[in-house]
Design a protein around this ligand. Structure first.
Ligand SMILES: C[S@@+](CC[C@H](N)C(=O)[O-])C[C@H]1O[C@@H](n2cnc3c(N)ncnc32)[C@H](O)[C@@H]1O
Ligand SMILES: Nc1nc2[nH]cc(C(=O)O)c2c(=O)[nH]1
Ligand code: SF4
Ligand SMILES: [Mg+2]
Length: 222
């Protein structure tokens, strides 16, 4: 069973697929504990917060409510919504707490392409066709470590930064856990802070990396 926090259609605001119309499936639960996490309502999976799948669609705003759903039920809910996007982004919470093989295979068989957003701290269990975005989380309060196999599987590294020490930590991580040739490296300023954005721009320019600015936050969309 998957614990689903929300399902909605919007524009992908981050990383390589920025600007692409996408269906977002947000799964409940994350133990990593990033202090600046913008989805803290997905951290805990409380039994008291369980709702029926049909109630998910009526949700407005951030809430810790979640519905237990099978992969088939998720596909049916997606199809019922009349979405036009063909790109499904599976995020969270930490989606790699779940085995995503069955869901991603089912979505591919139905004609969708899939992408996952993960911290790289759990084993990635997903279809070989899935685009994997690893946003590495280093020295976070939850005590989880970034896995070398996650870094090697990544199609894209999207590193959240605010200070030079975050770039230095990414350099050290890339030494310790190499990525595959052709993996795109994006820097994403934390919480649109001006200093962080300036540093990300300057570093991307020097390194020929890519800037990811959370477009949806500038546009005030979901
Ligand atoms: C909320 S996380 C969920 C997926 C997964 N747990 C992860 O961390 O990749 C989705 C993306 O948002 C990024 N993110 C979270 N809070 C942010 C913030 N305040 N500023 C910039 N990026 C943030 C994460 O680094 C990650 O790339
Ligand atoms: N528009 C939009 N793009 C996103 N890209 C990654 C997101 C996430 O929360 O994982 C996200 C999100 O929450 N909204
Ligand atoms: S790993 Fe992702 S969901 Fe978990 S706390 Fe960090 S940013 Fe938030
Ligand atoms: Mg988000």
């Amino acid at each position: 069973m998957l614990a689903v926090n929300e399902l909605f259609e919007t524009i992908q605001g981050e990383g390589v697929f920025t600007g692409v119309a996408a269906i977002f499936l947000r799964l409940q639960g994350c133990p990593v504990g990033c202090p600046w996490c913008d989805t803290q309502h997905t951290w805990d999976k409380n039994n008291q917060a369980q709702v029926k799948p049909e109630q998910l669609i009526m949700k407005t705003g951030d809430s810790p409510s979640w519905a237990g759903m099978s992969e088939q039920a998720v596909l049916e809910l997606i199809e019922q919504q009349g979405f036009t996007a063909k790109h499904v982004v599976i995020t969270g919470g930490e989606p790699c707490m779940y085995d995503l093989n069955a869901l991603t295979e089912l979505l591919h068989e139905t004609g969708y392409q899939t992408q996952i957003e993960t911290s790289g701290t759990f084993e990635i269990k997903t279809s070989a066709q899935t685009w994997v975005t690893v946003s590495p989380k280093l020295d976070m309060p939850g005590g989880y470590e970034v896995r070398a196999d996650a870094m090697a599987r990544a199609n894209e590294i999207k590193h959240p930064i605010a200070m030079q020490k975050h770039i230095d930590a990414l350099d050290a991580l890339l030494e310790r856990c190499p990525v595959a040739a052709g993996t795109t490296i994006c820097l994403q300023p934390i919480s649109q802070r001006p200093r962080a954005t300036e540093l990300a721009i300057e570093t991307c320019r020097k390194r020929n990396w890519r800037l990811s600015v959370q477009l949806h936050k500038y546009l005030a969309i979901e």
